[in-house]
Design a protein around this ligand. Sequence first.
Ligand SMILES: [Zn+2]
Length: 122
Amino acid sequence: MTVRCPLTDCDTENAADAEKCVRCATPLRHLARLSAYPDQLFNRGLAAATAGDLGTARDLFAAVVHWCPQDVVARNALALASFQLEDHAAACVHWEAVLDGSPGDPLATDGLALLADCELDE
Ligand SMILES: [Zn+2]
């Protein structure tokens, strides 16, 4: 997976996670957000979660969040996968991040309520 520099007189192949073109320093991250790549990762994450492979699902959702930090759906999925893996600290961080960007988000609100319940049980 590579990202091609958008400048036609540069046209250099860069690593998929490159911040800038290695040759001309054109910012590349916004290109990644516009590509279908995060959607593919998210769909693979959903497939892994459905198959019960939560560790893989979490890694894939984390990758989507890395590419698209404002993606509420992906971050909720990442939080839920973390919760199901009993990584409550990570679940808490991600659900709070959802609420920071999207106050009142029902999934994140319910998720944090679940965490509060868990802490009472422990
Ligand atoms: Zn370039």
